[in-house]
Design a protein around this ligand. Structure first.
Ligand code: HEM
Length: 543
């Protein structure tokens, strides 16, 4: 009997019962398959005790995860002990390690604690980024690690130009009337365009079909992650492929406009590499596409030298780049604009920008690095208004698990460990007035240090090292916004310049004010749900 006939002959309550039974059976199969990789039971667990509660906690994790991480920090993490946090049903509880174990954790090689396996498991890479083979090798991460920071000086003028274009078009020239925007829309308009200037250059980053569809894929990824983590693993191959159809359709539409450019670039660079005389003087633009081709040539990866693969390789990078930057930008602007008016923070930042803006020509890397107050205002917002509760998730992949000598614990193969960002960033032992936004928290210390004489500085070498670590790109076990260790965000140097250019453009040419109250952060699982309602008003400043 065909499935449609079978379903047609069932009542709706029979269909629901059958669905519920299928879920329960598949969850049990998951549980049995994964039994060996459950975290050791003597690590205390957040949530409620008892078997039924353990089951219910896997649903509560959707709304309670951040609170558990916070409570676990006060009860265990702060005192040097690990704890478990329940996860949605298709995933094991995570083991949240105390800060004292951060160095141990990031020192473990990838064949013991794997970053990429953890990312693949959380992001459902093979369904979301269209292909098992692509999920096998973190090639785009390597491209960014090797090429991005080194090409920053060449990229900054491009980002500056793109920011000015998009901001100018959006905000207009009216010096009399205020224009309203939600912060979400504002950042969603600016970021995908500026990021794509870095990834694919000016033609494509201004192409609406390309940018909208790449952004749509990133939205698809978020939705699919949420759905798949609630379903038993055994169903993922079917449901994951079905959900991935939307990603495929959006990618195809973006790819339709990207292919001619990708093919042209690939053709020129391959001909140059093969010594064709007419291409010997060819200078490709410095962007992610060029770096990918260069890296593939250097590693002799012919698989990567295919225009379709090149195009699909953009997907995980778009995802890593768009929502992270939009959320950080939105939360930062919320923090800034809801500061007490008497702090005069916008005027302070504007004065710093004016004092450091090059007299002629675009912003340079050196000029941007002088914006220590602006830098501090972003780092402080990343500290206070974190959008992830935990970071640096790693999967234990070594056959016999991994032994931690300080805790005298073995984490079994297949279990997951993470670090506590929420607890760390709000810990009063580390940050005075940890719950308030103090935009100049870091720049005050940096400026006080800079004001010291050379001799005073020579006498306090350790303090000098500490001060150099207060810029927004510096990660540490106390500041985890960009992760920490060798897999820390390879784009953070770019992000720091990007934010400074965006705010410099806005703040020099426009007046800006927030018209709604600063919203409380709402959480879903480990992430903040972006507020779609927070509104600001903008008006061009009179010359
Ligand atoms: C404010 C914006 C951003 C934030 C807060 C952020 C945060 C992070 C964090 C916390 C990690 C570490 C994950 C881990 O250790 O498991 C990470 C990794 C990564 N980020 Fe970012 N990111 C941002 C922007 C970007 C942008 C713009 C790009 C690309 C252009 C990017 C590409 C990546 C990649 C490829 C990795 C993986 C690195 C690896 O596994 O070795 N990120 N990011």
């Amino acid at each position: 009997m065909a499935i449609s006939e079978l379903l047609g002959s069932m009542t709706s309550s029979q269909v629901w019962s059958f669905g519920a039974l299928l879920l329960v059976v598949t969850f049990i199969i998951d549980l049995v398959n994964d039994f060996a990789s459950h975290p050791p039971s003597h690590i205390p667990s957040m949530g409620k005790s008892g078997k039924l509660n353990a089951f219910l906690d896997s649903f509560r994790a959707i709304t309670k995860y951040n609170q558990w991480v916070k409570d676990g920090y006060s009860k265990f993490g702060k005192h040097g002990f690990p704890f478990q946090v329940p996860q949605p049903l298709s995933r094991h509880s995570e083991i949240v390690l105390p800060r004292s174990q951060a160095s141990w954790m990031i020192d473990q090689p990838d064949h013991i604690l794997s970053t990429y396996d953890a990312h693949n498991a959380t992001l459902y890479t093979r369904y979301n980024f269209l292909g098992r083979r692509l999920a096998h090798d973190p090639f785009p991460n390597r491209v960014l690690q090797k090429h991005l920071a080194r090409h920053l000086p060449a990229i900054i003028p491009n980002v500056d130009e793109e920011t000015q274009l998009v901001v100018g078009t959006m905000f207009g020239d009216d010096t009399e009337n205020w224009k309203s925007f939600t912060l979400w829309k504002l950042w969603m308009e600016i970021v995908p365009r500026v990021i794509n200037r870095l990834l694919v250059g000016p033609e494509l980053c201004r192409n609406k079909q390309f940018v909208d569809n790449m952004t749509n894929v990133s939205n698809d990824v978020v939705r699919n992650m949420l759905i798949l983590q609630l379903l038993p693993k055994i169903l993922h191959p079917v449901v994951g492929r079905l959900l991935g159809i939307a990603n495929y359709i959006h990618w195809r539409s973006a790819d339709a406009v990207a292919q001619p450019l990708l093919q042209e670039r690939l053709n020129a660079m391959l001909k140059q590499a093969n010594g064709h005389v007419e291409f010997q003087d060819y200078v490709p633009p410095e962007d992610f596409v060029t770096w990918t081709i260069r890296q593939a040539l250097a590693e002799k990866k012919t698989f990567e030298l295919d225009p379709v693969v090149l195009s699909k390789r953009l997907l995980p990078v778009e995802f890593a780049a768009i929502h992270t930057t939009v959320l950080t930008g939105q939360l930062w602007m919320q923090d800034l604009l809801s500061s007490e008016p008497e702090s005069g923070i916008l005027d302070i930042l504007r004065a710093e920008i004016i004092a450091n803006k090059p007299k002629s020509g675009p912003w340079t890397k050196a000029a941007l690095s002088n914006l220590v107050r602006l830098d501090s205002s972003i780092r402080e917002s990343q500290r206070l208004s974190n959008f992830l509760a935990t970071v640096i998730e790693r999967k234990v992949v070594s056959e016999n698990g991994v032994y931690n000598p300080d805790l005298d614990l073995t984490f079994p193969k297949g279990s997951y460990v993470v670090l506590n960002l929420e607890g760390t960033h709000h810990c009063e032992d580390l940050y005075e007035n940890a719950e308030s936004y103090d935009p100049l928290r870091y720049s005050r210390m940096r400026e006080a240090w800079d004001a010291k004489s050379d001799e005073e500085k020579r006498n306090e070498p350790e303090e000098g090292t500490r001060m150099r670590g207060l810029g927004m790109v510096t990660t540490s076990p106390q500041h985890l916004a960009f992760g920490h260790g060798r897999h820390a965000c390879p784009a953070r140097f770019f992000v720091s310049h990007e934010f400074k250019l965006i705010l410099a453009t806005i703040i020099l040419d426009y007046d800006i004010k927030m018209t709604s109250k600063k919203p409380e952060r709402q959480w879903i699982g480990r992430s903040v749900i972006p507020s779609r309602k927070t509104e600001i008003q903008i008006r061009k400043r009179k010359a």
